[in-house]
Write a protein that binds this ligand. Structure first.
Ligand code: ZN
Ligand code: ZN
Length: 780
C-alpha cells in the first residue's frame, strides 16, 4: 500500500516540473553510509541479548556498544547521533542488563513528551523481560496505578514535569525506588534548551540530591540529536562530567536534499505598484504534499505553527479530493495540543499506510517509531540546523533512498539560507544553549528543592556554587526561605508554584460551548494572540470562533463557525532600560547589552477578508498588560550621523523599524533561537537612551542567552542583516527582507533604503572603534 511509485530523484523531477520557474535553488546529495557492528559486550545480560535477538537485533552497532559499555562501567554518557541511528539500544542494554542481573535495582526514563515515553514503554514491554514491570507515570496515570507503580515497577517512564510536580515532592513514598536507582535515562536531551532546559537542569539536580539522601547514586545515560559539543551541554544539564559518543555507525540510505524557493506571484491587477510577493510556503508545501500523495509516497510535512499545520492539511485534502474523491482522507494534521488518543490514532494510521501524509508541527511530538518515510517536506527553516537535520532524518528506509525538501518562507532568514546553502550544509550544528544560572530559574528551583528537603550549605555546590549561595541569601532576605542552624527551609503552606515550560502559567483549554468537548490546549502566553475574544481558531481543519477567553480559569469557550474572515491581533510594546551590562562606544554609535523591562499588551484585532486580505474592521480588546524582565542588545545612533548617512528625519522611524525587523529575522543565524523567541522595538527617540534606538530582546524572563549571543556576534550578525536587505530585489520592502509576520504595528512605517544606511553607519562605526575583534562565525 505504501510502495513508492517514484524514486526520490524522479519525485523531485516531478515536483520541479510543476512550475515553469525553477523553484529549486540547490540540491545536495548526501551519500549512503555502510553500517559497522560490534560484538555484544561481555557484561550484557544473556536474557536481554536473547530478547533483542528475537526482535531482530543480531548485533549492536559500534556506537551503541561503545556508549552502552561506558554506561555499564559507571561513566555518565551522552550518545549524540542522527535520527534512527538506534540511540535507544545504547541505554536499553546497560539498563535492562542491570535490572535483569539485580532483581532489586530500579531505573528512571525521562522524555520531553508523554508520546515518547509511551513509545519507549511499548519497545521495552515487547521484549518480555521478567520482573522489570515497566510503567509510564504521567498526568494520565490513575491514582490506583500510581500506587502500584511506586510499589512494583522497576522501570518508571516519565517526563521532567512529572518529576518536578509529582515524584520529587512526594519523594518519601519513592524512597526505596530512589535508593535502588541504578540508571537515569534522559532521552531527546537536546529538547532541554533555553529557559525550559535551565529549569530541567535543576530538576535533575534535585533528583540527584534526593537520590543521594536515600543512598542512590545513578549513572546518567543521555540521548541527543546531533548537536555541537554534546558533552558540554549534557554536563551542564545534569551537573556532572559526561563522555560523548558521536560517531554514527548505523547504515543510512542516500538522501537528496533540495532547497526550494516558492515562485513570485503575478502582480495584482488592482495594485500593480505593490511589491511582488512570493507564493506562501504553506500553499507551496500543500501542493508538494498533494503531489507526493498522488505519487504514493509516504510523506511527512513539518510546519512551524499549529495553525499552519491545520491549514496545510486542509489545503492538501481539498486539492486531492478535487482530483480523486476520497483521496483527501489519506492526509491528516498532527500537532501538540491534540489529545493523546488522537495523536496515537493518527500515528498508527500513518504506520499502517491508511494515511499517506501528515502535516505536523515539530518533531518532538512525534513517536520515535515514525521513521523510514519516503519524503520529508520542511515548510520554513525550523530555526536551527540541529532541528533541520532531525526533521530530515525522519526520511529514509534502511537501504532505501529518501528525499528532503526545505521550502523557504517569505522571510529574511529563509531567503538568505536557500541562496547560501553553505550556511546549512557546510557547518556543524549548533550547541544547545541553556543557562542554569538564570536568576528567574535558579531562585524558584531552590525554593522547590528546599520544600522537598531543607537546603544544606553543601547542597549549594550542586546548584551552582556562588550563584546559588547569592540566590539563597536573596530568597532568605525576601522571606521566601527561612534560615535555621540546620539549613534553609521553605515554611509556606503548599509548594512553590513553578512552571518548567516558561512564564506561562496553566495552559488554556479550548472548549466547545455547545458540547463541552475539550478541543485542545494553548499555552498562556500565546493565548492572548490566538484565543482572544473573536479570534478565529482552527482545529483539525474545522474553524471555530472564540466567544470568551477566561484567563482566570484558563479556558477559552468557542463555537463552530466558518466565517469568511481571518483575525489578526495587534500588540503594543514598550521597553525600559534597567541597567547596562556591557557596551561599546563607537563614535556616533553605541552598542549595549543590558537588562530591560518589556511591557506588552494585545489591544485590538483586525478582521480581514479571506482571499483579498481587505480589512473589515478593527475591534478593541481588554486584555491585561504582560511584563517581562529580560536581557536585550541595542544600538543607538546620533541624529547627526543618521543625517550624514542620508537618512532624512521623516524616514528615521521607518529606517530603524526596518533594520529592527531584519535584524530579528537574521539573529537565528547566530544563536539557537527562532524569531519567535526574540522581540524588538525601535524608536526615533527613546526616553532612556535619549537617541534613535533599536532594541532586540530575549523573549524569556531573565533571558535565555540569545541577546548575549547577539552582542558577542554583533558585527557578523548586523553585516548579514545588511546583506539580506540590500540583496533583496524588492523596491520598498517585502517579507523576504524588512517586513515581519509578528509586527505589532502592521509593518508600518518601514523604510528599506534607510535601513541599509542605518546598518552601514553602525557597521562602519563598530569597525573603526574596534578594529581587532574577529567576528565569531555563525553557529560556532
Ligand atoms: Zn524585500
Ligand atoms: Zn514592527
Amino acid at each position: 500500500m505504501t510502495s513508492t511509485a517514484y524514486s526520490p530523484a524522479e519525485l523531485l523531477h516531478r515536483l520541479r516540473a510543476r512550475t515553469s520557474d525553477s523553484p529549486i535553488t540547490h540540491v545536495e546529495q548526501i551519500p549512503a553510509r555502510e553500517g559497522r557492528t560490534a560484538p555484544w559486550p561481555d557484561w550484557a545480560a544473556r536474557d536481554v541479548i536473547a530478547a533483542l535477538n528475537e526482535h531482530g537485533i543480531a548485533q549492536p552497532w559500534e556506537h551503541q556498544a561503545t556508549a552502552a559499555s561506558l554506561a555499564a562501567g559507571g561513566t555518565h554518557v551522552v550518545v549524540a547521533t542522527g535520527t534512527a541511528s538506534g540511540k535507544s539500544l545504547a541505554y536499553q542494554l546497560p539498563m535492562l542488563s542491570r535490572l535483569t542481573d539485580d532483581p532489586r535495582a530500579t531505573a528512571l526514563y525521562l522524555s520531553p513528551t508523554k508520546a515518547l515515553a509511551a513509545d519507549q514503554l511499548r519497545a521495552v514491554a515487547r521484549l518480555g523481560l521478567d520482573g522489570v514491570r515497566p510503567a509510564t507515570y504521567d498526568g494520565d496515570t490513575s491514582r490506583e496505578e500510581r500506587e502500584w507503580i511506586r510499589q512494583h515497577s522497576r522501570l518508571v517512564l516519565t517526563n521532567p514535569d512529572m518529576l518536578h510536580h509529582g515524584l520529587l515532592p512526594g519523594h518519601s513514598r519513592w524512597g526505596t525506588f530512589l535508593r535502588r536507582l541504578s540508571y537515569v535515562v534522559v532521552d531527546e536531551c537536546h529538547a532541554y534548551r533555553g529557559v525550559f532546559g535551565s529549569h530541567v537542569s535543576h530538576v535533575l539536580r534535585r533528583l540527584r540530591r534526593l537520590a543521594a539522601r536515600y543512598g542512590g547514586s545513578p549513572t546518567f545515560v543521555l540521548a541527543s540529536a546531533t548537536s555541537g559539543d554534546p558533552a558540554d551541554a549534557a554536563a551542564r544539564l545534569i551537573g556532572l562530567p559526561v563522555t560523548a559518543v558521536t560517531t554514527d555507525t548505523s547504515p543510512r540510505g542516500a538522501t537528496t536534499f533540495a532547497l526550494w524557493e516558492p515562485p513570485l506571484l503575478p502582480p495584482s491587477p488592482d495594485h500593480p505598484d505593490l511589491p511582488p510577493e512570493r507564493r506562501s510556503a504553506l500553499s507551496e508545501t500543500a501542493d508538494l504534499l498533494a503531489d507526493a500523495v498522488v505519487a504514493g509516497t509516504r510523506t511527512l510535512a513539518f510546519i512551524r505553527s499549529r495553525r499552519g499545520a491545520e491549514v496545510v492539511a486542509t489545503m492538501t485534502r481539498r486539492s486531492l479530493d478535487e482530483a480523486v474523491p476520497g483521496l483527501g482522507d489519506r492526509v491528516a494534521a498532527y500537532r501538540a495540543g491534540y489529545l493523546k488518543e488522537d495523536r496515537r490514532r493518527i500515528e498508527r494510521a500513518l504506520m499502517s499506510g491508511e494515511l499517506l501524509a501528515l502535516a505536523s508541527t515539530n518533531a518532538l511530538e512525534l513517536g520515535v517509531d515514525l521513521v523510514g518515510l519516503d519524503a520529508v517536506l520542511i515548510c520554513g527553516y525550523p530555526g536551527t540546523r540541529a532541528s533541520l537535520w532531525q526533521q530530515a532524518g525522519r526520511a529514509g528506509r534502511a537501504g532505501g533512498e529518501a528525499l528532503a525538501v526545505l521550502v523557504a518562507r517569505d522571510d529574511p532568514l529563509d531567503t538568505y539560507l536557500v541562496h547560501h546553502p553553505a550556511a546549512l550544509f557546510g557547518r556543524p550544528v549548533e550547541a544547545t544553549v541553556l543557562d542554569p544560572a538564570n536568576p528567574y530559574v535558579l531562585g524558584p528551583q531552590l525554593c522547590c528543592a528546599a520544600s522537598e528537603a531543607p537546603l544544606k550549605a553543601e547542597d549549594l555546590e550542586l546548584f551552582g556554587g556562588d550563584v546559588a549561595r547569592a540566590a539563597v541569601d536573596g530568597l532568605t532576605a525576601s522571606g521566601a526561605l527561612r534560615k535555621r542552624p540546620s539549613g534553609w527551609y521553605w515554611t509556606h503552606p503548599g509548594r512553590p508554584d513553578v512552571d518548567l515550560r516558561g512564564a506561562g502559567g496553566a495552559p488554556v483549554s479550548v472548549v466547545e460551548s455547545a458540547t463541552g468537548r475539550l478541543l485542545g490546549t494553548v499555552d498562556q502566553t500565546s493565548s492572548h494572540v490566538m484565543l482572544h475574544t473573536g479570534a478565529v481558531y482552527l482545529h483539525q481543519g474545522v474553524t471555530f470562533v472564540v466567544d470568551r477567553l477566561d484567563l482566570e480559569d484558563a479556558v477559552a469557550l468557542v463555537h463552530h463557525q466558518e466565517p469568511d474572515w481571518s483575525t489578526h491581533a495587534r500588540e503594543v510594546t514598550d521597553v525600559s532600560v534597567l541597567g547596562i551590562r556591557s557596551h561599546i562606544d563607537a563614535g556616533p554609535v553605541r552598542l549595549c547589552l543590558g537588562d530591560v523591562e518589556v511591557t506588552s499588551q494585545v489591544v485590538s484585532y483586525q478582521r480581514r477578508r479571506l482571499g483579498s486580505g481587505e480589512v473589515i474592521d478593527t475591534r478593541p480588546l481588554d486584555l491585561p498588560v504582560r511584563e517581562l524582565r529580560t536581557v536585550a542588545v541595542w544600538f543607538t545612533i546620533t541624529p547627526r550621523a543618521l543625517d550624514l548617512a542620508g537618512v532624512e528625519p521623516p524616514d528615521v522611524p521607518g529606517a530603524l523599524h526596518a533594520a529592527e525587523h531584519a535584524a530579528i529575522g537574521l539573529l537565528p543565524l547566530m544563536a539557537t533561537c527562532d524569531r519567535w523567541d526574540i522581540g524588538g522595538l525601535s524608536t526615533a527617540n527613546h526616553i532612556d537612551t535619549e537617541a534613535p534606538t533599536v532594541f532586540v530582546y530575549d523573549g524569556h524572563p531573565g533571558g535565555a542567552g540569545f541577546a548575549e549571543r547577539a552582542y558577542a556576534t554583533a558585527t557578523a550578525w548586523l553585516a548579514a542583516t545588511r546583506e539580506a536587505i540590500a540583496a533583496c530585489t524588492c523596491e520598498a520592502g517585502c517579507p523576504s527582507c524588512v517586513q515581519s509576520p509578528k509586527c505589532g504595528n502592521g509593518n508600518n512605517p518601514l523604510h528599506k533604503p534607510g535601513a541599509v544606511q542605518v546598518l552601514d553607519t553602525v557597521l562602519n562605526a563598530l569597525a573603526t572603534a574596534n578594529p581587532a575583534p574577529a567576528p565569531r562565525q555563525p553557529g560556532n
